[in-house]
Design a protein around this ligand. Structure first.
Ligand SMILES: Nc1ncnc2c1ncn2[C@@H]1O[C@H](COP(=O)(O)OS(=O)(=O)O)[C@@H](OP(=O)(O)O)[C@H]1O
Ligand SMILES: [Mg+2]
Ligand SMILES: [Mg+2]
Ligand SMILES: [Mg+2]
Length: 382
């Protein structure tokens, strides 16, 4: 990409997401090999949060604050410091502090600055707590999901690190780290099928698959890029090793692959099965955790992503911002189920979202899905 608006922001975002991906891989490897249950907690809504979620949020917050000045930036991110600040979480906090320092010590390999001294607990908590901005219609807001698909992360399956920049209500930069994304085209499908046959085999097992990538884009560029993760002690050679990605050109529903959340609790599988039948989708749904579903559309490995959460659930901006821009700039279309663009101007929630999210590789498939939603909605009990 040529030097343009937001180039410093994009540059730093790609580098820090790369660091975050390696942090996650290392935490996930430890979790899966030792089966220790002291590295995660359940939140009030029963969803899990892990050492990796807090550590990534602290790392990204620290790097953005160092680069742009903590007084000048607004970060809207998923995690808070309440649980981690409790006396009974001292062990967990110690793990987070050591994970963050380990990660930041490698910053120079990624062309970023390390702290002069290792960060203490209070600095780490401060970095995490600094990410509680409200967002809104005016100004620049960074939007971070430190680990999206935490359930996938805990299961050794797909998850993502998502960082976006919103400027005056528009997503202008999208960076999506997918540490377990298989390198070879279409291996995502094989990965997930394989998991069902041998669920005990963690696919994060390094060396078993060539995997991990970072997708990134800038609004209006009509380009989305894919940078493979560097492994071992190698330095990041970026952007030389990045390549362009593009959405699939398939527009025949019979040939299209559609993705949806793994958990029935997060999206109504029977409603989408009905839509699939109406539209003429023949393939089994590809159920994948996290914004990797957006990555699959942007990379051309799948054609459709649908999510219909239960009534009353409000989608959060950090679960969509980076993925939506990537799909759009890679040539795809993303709207709510009423065909309207997602509104990132209302703070942490996608207020006013009509029923669900529909992302497609092209307008033809998208129109068919939206028409099918209109036809099926009344008869559904969503
Ligand atoms: N009840 C409910 N309904 C809909 N969506 C919910 C719900 N609860 C949580 N979430 C959000 O879903 C994020 C994970 O989405 P996925 O598509 O990865 O779901 S799944 O794990 O594949 O089932 C997940 O993101 P992370 O918390 O970052 O993992 C949540 O923000
Ligand atoms: Mg979560
Ligand atoms: Mg999320
Ligand atoms: Mg998350």
């Amino acid at each position: 990409m040529e030097e343009e608006i937001y180039s410093l922001e994009l540059n730093v975002a790609v580098r820090v997401v790369h660091m975050a991906c390696l942090l996650c891989r290392s935490v996930q490897k430890g979790l899966l090999s030792t089966s220790t249950f002291d590295q995660f907690k359940s939140k009030d809504d029963n969803s899990p949060v892990t050492v990796a979620d807090w550590s990534v949020q602290a790392t990204v917050s620290w790097v953005l604050s160092e680069t742009f000045g903590s007084q000048n930036i607004s970060i809207v991110a998923e995690e808070d410091v309440q649980t981690l600040s409790k006396p009974e979480s001292a062990g967990l906090l110690a793990m987070v502090v050591s994970t963050v320092n380990e990660c930041l010590s490698k910053a120079p390999r990624f062309g970023l600055k390390s702290p002069a001294q290792a960060l203490g607990s209070s600095e780490v908590l401060e970095a995490i707590g600094r990410c509680s901005a409200a967002g809104g219609p005016v100004g620049k807001h960074w939007v971070l999901d430190p680990v999206d698909g935490t359930l996938g992360f805990l299961r050794g399956r797909q998850y993502a690190v998502a960082l976006a920049l919103i400027d005056n209500a528009e997503v202008v930069i999208g960076v999506l780290g997918c540490p377990n994304y298989p390198d070879k085209k279409n291996w995502l499908v094989k990965h997930e099928q394989h998991y069902h046959v041998m669920p005990e085999l963690p696919f994060s097992n390094p060396g078993m698959w060539e995997e991990g990538c970072i997708l990134y884009t800038r609004r209006g560029s009509s380009e989305a890029w894919m940078q493979p993760l560097v492994h071992g002690d190698n330095k990041l050679v970026w952007p030389n090793s990045a390549r362009l990605v593009r959405v699939s050109s398939i527009d025949d529903p019979a040939l299209a692959t559609f993705c949806e959340p793994v958990e029935e609790a997060n999206s109504n599988h029977s409603f989408t099965a009905g839509l699939a039948q109406t539209v003429g989708l023949r393939k089994q749904p590809l159920r994948v955790h996290s914004m990797v579903k957006y990555a699959a559309i942007a990379r051309g490995d799948a054609e459709i992503f649908m999510k219909f959460a239960r009534a009353g659930y409000k989608e959060k901006i950090w679960d969509h911002a980076a993925g939506v821009l990537l799909v759009q700039e890679a040539g795809g279309v993303v709207t709510d189920a009423g065909g309207q663009p997602l509104d990132f101007s209302k703070g942490m929630y996608l207020e006013g979202l009509d029923r669900g999210v529909v992302a497609c590789c092209g307008a033809k498939l998208h129109e068919k899905i939206i028409s099918a939603v209109y036809a099926s909605w009344d008869s559904s009990n969503l």
